[in-house]
Design a protein around this ligand. Structure first.
Ligand code: NAD
Length: 419
């Protein structure tokens, strides 16, 4: 029995009408009638106008939920905002299989982000590096003076590291400011601190600071998730073996690894967007981390355990916040965080990593068995039917015929429609 009294496990959720699905989620997450209205509302134009520049309107995406998730013994329904068909269904299906062996287990590092200060025109590079390290306490104090709120929450600047890099401009010193950002994504917090340190570092070293900005390679803010996928449910040990053969290509070949990791990001981006987090920051961090050894590789790792079941693991940087950014402004992001019932950025990281692993498992599983197109077919056929001009009940009928014939083509959809 999971820690959450309400189960996220539900069969045939996709077959329910939208109203019934909303009812299920409302009951699961104890949503109010006011919360419920947010599902069908649009982002207010005044809010949008405050969020970015040159606003003309808003841009809608479908918002669905992945069901069946158990993470660290707790049931979750995970909101996902995405335009890609099959992604939500695949995640729910993977979570259902992972559930048999107890669901996802996670570990998370401290929420440490890195800010970079690039120092140029230094004559004695080694001496300057020593001076910076020698003034660590003063520099950290100055950084912490910029964000009393963060410090009061137990976060703030914690450490300094100095790197000396060769470059076409000669040697440069890059100072890394390590900041515990608690429940924030941390970019604004870290950037403010870096800007404040620049004059002091210039004064100490006689050099010239150029860049002072956060690094999106958040390799000190790592989350790991793992799950065991039941071999019987997968279709037997031969399917586990087929899965491992497929996975091996991603482990050794960047051409496959890019697509493999894209599958992970199908899930991750969807919950990142739904919670108002920065998907570009997560994407760039993930791909940079995937290339950390010099060869771009898979962000997940799979092997068979002694029972012959498949074990999946993911390790990924996770710069997410539950305070700050758009997550506190966008009403749907606020609602999605309520559905997740999260209290900390750490918990959100663990959910995001588990979803990424589930999404990746589902894709490789499909590729190793029926192929990816089968899952895509139903919604794809409906889209083709609409493109062919089908309306109302015609859409379902044309799509069904296309699937029956096994060819989802626009010209055929037009012919069926004519008949
Ligand atoms: P923010 O500045 O809006 O909020 C963070 C602040 O909230 C903290 O500095 C702290 O003062 C306060 N706070 C209150 N309660 C807190 C708690 N429990 N834990 C931590 N802090 C708490 O947001 P941010 O997280 O610093 O920055 C995120 C935004 O920056 C995102 O919108 C992102 O898109 C944007 N951004 C990203 C990049 C990048 O990724 N390279 C660069 C610039 C800006």
């Amino acid at each position: 029995m999971s820690k959450n009294e309400k189960s996220s496990m539900i069969s045939g959720f996709y077959k329910l009408p939208v109203k019934k699905r909303v009812e299920f989620v409302k009951n699961f997450a104890d949503l109010s009638n006011e919360d419920e209205k947010v599902f069908s509302s649009c982002l207010n134009i005044e809010t949008a106008d405050r969020m970015i520049e040159n606003v003309l309107g808003t841009f809608e995406l479908p918002l669905g939920v992945a069901v069946n998730f158990v993470i660290n013994g707790k049931d979750y329904i995970i909101p996902m905002a995405t335009e890609e068909s099959s992604v939500v269904a695949a995640a729910s299906n993977a979570a259902k299989i992972a559930r048999i062996k107890g669901g996802f287990k996670t570990e998370c590092s401290k929420p440490l982000m890195i800010g970079q200060l690039q120092l140029l025109d230094v004559k004695d590079v080694a001496g300057a590096a020593q001076k910076i390290i020698g003034h660590k306490k003063q520099l950290l104090d100055l950084a912490n003076a910029q964000d009393k709120v963060l410090v009061d929450f137990g976060g703030g600047a914690k450490d300094l590291e100095v790197r000396i890099l060769d470059s076409p401009l000669g040697k440069m010193i890059v100072t890394h400011l390590i900041v515990d950002v608690r429940d924030a994504m941390g970019a604004n917090a870290v950037n403010t601190m870096c800007e404040a340190l620049a004059p002091m570092i210039e004064e100490l070293t006689g050099g010239r600071i150029r860049l002072k900005i956060l690094s999106n390679l958040a390799d000190k803010r790592i989350v790991k998730a793992c799950a065991v996928f039941d071999k019987e449910k997968m279709g037997g040990e031969s399917v586990v073996d087929a899965f491992l053969e497929s996975y091996t290509l991603a482990a050794v070949d960047p051409y496959r690894a890019a697509t493999h990791n894209k599958g992970i990001m199908n899930g991750i981006d969807a919950v990142i967007i739904a919670t108002g987090n920065d998907s570009r920051a997560i994407e760039s961090g993930a791909h940079a981390y995937a290339a950390r050894t010099g060869q771009y590789t898979s962000l997940t790792h799979y092997y068979k355990d002694k029972n012959g079941d498949l074990v999946g693991e993911i390790e990924i940087p996770m710069a997410v916040g539950i305070v700050g950014g758009a997550g506190n402004i966008h009403p749907k992001a606020i609602l999605c965080k309520k559905i997740l019932g999260i209290k900390t950025a750490k918990e959100l990281s663990e959910i995001v990593a588990s979803l990424g692993l589930a999404q990746n498992f589902a894709a490789v599983f499909a590729l190793s068995t029926v192929g990816i197109q089968k899952g895509h077919m139903s919604l794809h056929a409906k889209n083709i039917a609409v493109m062919a001009g089908a309306k109302g009940e015609e859409i379902e009928k044309v799509a069904e015929q296309l699937i029956k014939e096994g060819e989802i083509k626009l010209d055929r959809a037009k012919e069926i429609l004519k008949k």
